[in-house]
Design a protein around this ligand. Structure first.
Ligand SMILES: Cc1cc2nc3c(=O)[nH]c(=O)nc-3n(C[C@H](O)[C@H](O)[C@H](O)COP(=O)(O)OP(=O)(O)OC[C@H]3O[C@@H](n4cnc5c(N)ncnc54)[C@H](O)[C@@H]3O)c2cc1C
Length: 382
């Protein structure tokens, strides 16, 4: 049984919890991380690894700039290579409104430092991404310095470095309750005993609403299953083929091993905690694949898995302390972008926790936005 105390307890050992635990410890905090399964085994270990800066909300672009910077220095900092392959990110656009929206975002991307993002004419889209087809393509945006990194490597980097700084990483231990007196947090109850603490970080991914409920806080995060398929070897496709997103349908693919990894959100998806592979999704995708990347449709499937998106109503994460219960912090609701946001989120929340002003304003991500209605939805959601 644990009889312990900590400056902060991190609930959840995905990439977000590991990044936060590391950054808090780096600033001298005594931290315990509690993971009911194994580190990185849930959404983190099932994600597509995409790292991009082409968001609609300037706050996300700025945050991603910081994440990319931190990923660039991660090996020097922790000894683990995040395997960031800069194959670029391509959004394929097929309607006038998408063209207007993305053309409108380009100046904002450039102003916030994403200077290599550029507009592509339909011919350039096809040249850059030879698998892509369709007379309906009206253009695209491309950022060559975006790409794919390894969720396992980044989680290992942060968890290993956290451990070296003295963080206790408890695996196979579940958080069952948050102790508080109505005004502030005083403890966390786990299956291995109680930990005294005045701060809890809710990094429970798709299960974040359950941790919120333990503290009497409504955390509006819903789980949505997403499937990933990986094709058999496709040696004819360059391993430098960009991560490509058909924005209208959210169908995306990128090179993975010797094949291609692909997936797509479904229009009629419903919240669920199921992570069984839904092979019916392949049938539903067939028409889109035939139209947009027909060669992909001719390949066999090597493997598939499913994981959970953790969606908020405005598709923005919930970051920082919540009003009404001192010591209850959120870092959840990443709505499908949490892998790439984890480095910056850990860094910024540790700054905040240490009493500093986070170097990037996090106001639009505050939990209170759901009460005030002051929301700025992210629209570039895949
Ligand atoms: C198919 C798919 C593709 C994706 N592609 C991308 C992508 O390309 N780029 C990107 O940035 N993001 C992507 N994402 C999203 C990304 O995976 C998540 O946003 C990110 O992993 C969230 O990390 P996390 O640490 O918050 O959550 P998780 O990795 O899910 O970690 C939360 C942890 O909390 C633990 N937990 C829950 N309840 C308790 C409890 N009571 N006690 C103790 N532990 C508990 C869970 O076991 C889990 O390990 C994708 C997700 C999916 C499913």
């Amino acid at each position: 049984m644990i009889r312990d105390s900590a400056d902060a307890v991190v609930v959840g050992g995905g990439v977000v919890g590991c990044s936060i635990a590391y950054h808090l410890a780096r600033r001298g905090a005594k931290v315990v991380l509690v993971e009911r399964d194994t580190l990185g085994s849930q959404s983190t270990g099932r994600c597509a690894g995409g790292v991009r800066r082409q968001f609609s909300s300037a706050a996300n672009v700025v945050m991603q700039q910081l994440s990319v910077q931190l990923l660039a220095g991660l090996e020097a900092e922790t000894g683990v290579d995040p395997e960031f392959r800069h194959i670029g990110y391509l959004f394929v656009l097929t309607s006038d409104s998408q063209v207007a929206d993305f053309r409108g975002m380009l100046p904002m991307w450039h102003e916030t430092g994403v200077t290599d993002a550029r507009w592509l004419e339909p011919r350039e889209v096809r040249e850059l991404a030879p698998l892509v087809q369709g007379d309906d393509i009206l253009g695209g945006t491309f950022c060559p310095s975006d790409g794919i990194a390894s969720p396992h490597a980044v989680t290992l980097a942060y968890s290993g470095a956290a451990r070296k700084l003295g963080v206790r990483l408890l695996e196979g231990v579940e958080v069952e309750g948050i102790g508080h007196d109505g005004a502030r947090v005083h403890s966390v109850r786990t299956t291995a005993g109680e930990i005294s603490t005045s701060a809890v970080f809710n990094c429970a991914g798709a299960w974040a609403s359950r941790i919120g409920a333990m503290a009497g806080i409504d955390v509006p995060v819903e789980p949505y299953p997403r499937n990933i398929f990986v094709t058999d070897a496709m040696p004819e496709v360059s391993r430098r083929h960009p991560m490509t997103i058909d924005f209208a349908t959210s169908f995306y693919f990128h090179p993975e091993g010797d094949g291609l990894l692909f997936g797509m959100g479904m229009r009629d998806e419903k919240p669920s905690y199921s992570t069984d592979v839904d092979w019916g999704v392949l049938d539903a995708m067939a028409e889109v694949i035939d139209r947009r990347a027909p060669r992909l449709g001719t390949a066999g499937i090597q493997t598939a898995w499913a994981g959970l998106y953790e969606m908020t109503p405005d598709h923005q994460p919930i970051l920082g302390p919540v009003d009404g219960l001192a010591g209850f912090w959120c870092a959840c609701g990443f709505s499908g972008h949490g892998f790439q946001q984890a480095p910056a989120v850990g860094y910024l929340l540790a700054q905040w926790f240490s009493g500093e002003q986070p170097q990037i304003p996090l106001d639009i991500f505050a939990h209170r936005r759901f009460a005030t209605g002051k929301v700025e939805p992210e629209t570039n959601v895949v």
